[in-house]
Design a protein around this ligand. Structure first.
Ligand code: ADE
Ligand code: ZN
Length: 334
């Protein structure tokens, strides 16, 4: 048997910090705080949920067990070290002022803790990490505007973007314009979840009103050619999370997922894990499974990582260094 070539370096643009909490860490924190887990995990130790609504509930309960700076340092350090162990050289995580408040922390101490976890993982493995502050759509426009204000008033060198997560079926994008303009004026990169539980009209509205450079998911744009053309023409990058979409029931299985069609139509595709342990996946698994199902060669996988680096919300010098690392790794493993 010949040894397998090393994996193509990977990069992740779409992962929710609290959604990356491994059940083992949640169990540890529940013991520390004397909290009963009450059906949060199933008999196999996996998160227990059955649709988007119960997923969001489970996500919030698990998040509520992270209560101190030490907890968030550990969470971020654990996640970024796991990414690096799977060959990732870059990752962006969504953080949320609303979850900080619910944990009884200030947004700044929460963000500083996650920044510290990223710095520790960087020191250990060389992985680059950044944070994207997010508003939660189903909490309403005021709450999203507050999230943008917190992000703008508390700058951090690793906090470089602003986004919108939560239930896309609630609240029209026009309601969030002020928040996005505030973030844009502060120089933050912009992204929003759309085209996950909403159809192409939801993608169109986000592009019309929020002027984002990237879309979280965006995959249901495939249902309207004009929306796909717009994504291609404007060079919008899609943060595609195939395993998440299948787990949440958007598509019956990976073969029916439109990621490869969107790629063939010229959309800029990147691959991410969203909330990895909730969907029993990892970034490495997402790259490997999609490559297996769609026959993506190492060159295609390189293209996915290069797309992520180009669309990343970090500075140009870091992007250039990441691109050099990617190309060097490809040269060395040909
Ligand atoms: N928050 C965490 N995961 C999410 C998802 N898949 N869609 C919307 N909001 C989320
Ligand atoms: Zn998401």
């Amino acid at each position: 048997m010949f040894p397998k070539p090393p994996v193509v370096p990977r990069a992740e643009l779409h992962c929710h910090m609290e959604g990356a909490a491994p059940p083992s860490l949640v169990i540890k924190l529940a013991e520390r705080y004397g909290v009963a887990l009450d059906g949060l995990l199933d008999a196999n130790g996996n998160y227990s949920w059955h649709d988007f609504t119960t997923f969001l509930k489970t996500y919030d309960v698990a998040s509520s067990l992270f209560r101190s700076q030490d907890d968030f340092v550990l969470l971020a350090e654990t996640y970024f070290n796991m990414l690096a162990a799977e060959g990732a050289i870059y990752g962006e995580v969504f953080i949320s002022p609303d979850h900080a408040v619910r944990s009884g922390m200030s947004y700044k101490s929460y963000m500083d803790a996650i920044g510290e976890g990223i710095a520790r993982a960087h020191a250990a493995s060389g992985i680059e990490g950044r944070m994207i502050a997010t508003g939660v759509r189903h909490f309403g426009a005021k709450s999203v505007e507050l999230a943008a204000k917190e992000a703008v008033m508390n700058p951090h060198p690793l906090m470089t973007g602003f986004g919108l997560a939560g239930d896309e079926r609630e609240g029209h994008p026009a309601n969030f314009q002020r928040a996005f303009r505030l973030a844009e004026e502060a120089g933050l990169g912009l992204t929003a979840h759309a085209g996950e539980f909403g159809g192409p009209e939801s993608v169109k509205a986000v592009l019309d009103f929020l002027k984002v450079k990237r879309l979280g998911h965006g995959v249901r744009a495939v249902e309207d050619d004009a929306v796909v053309d717009r994504i291609v023409d404007k060079g919008i990058t899609l943060e595609v999370c195939p395993g998440s979409n299948v787990a949440l029931g958007l598509y019956e299985n990976l073969r029916f997922h439109p990621v490869n069609i969107l790629r063939q139509k010229g959309a800029r595709i990147t691959i991410s894990s969203d909330d990895p342990p909730f969907f029993r996946t990892t970034l490495g698994h997402e790259y490997a499974e999609a490559s297996r199902v769609f026959g993506w060669t190492r060159e295609v996988q390189r293209e996915l990582t290069a797309n992520a680096i180009r669309a990343a919300f970090c500075d140009e010098a870091t992007k250039n260094a990441l691109m050099t690392r990617l190309d060097a790794a490809m040269q060395n493993t040909r």
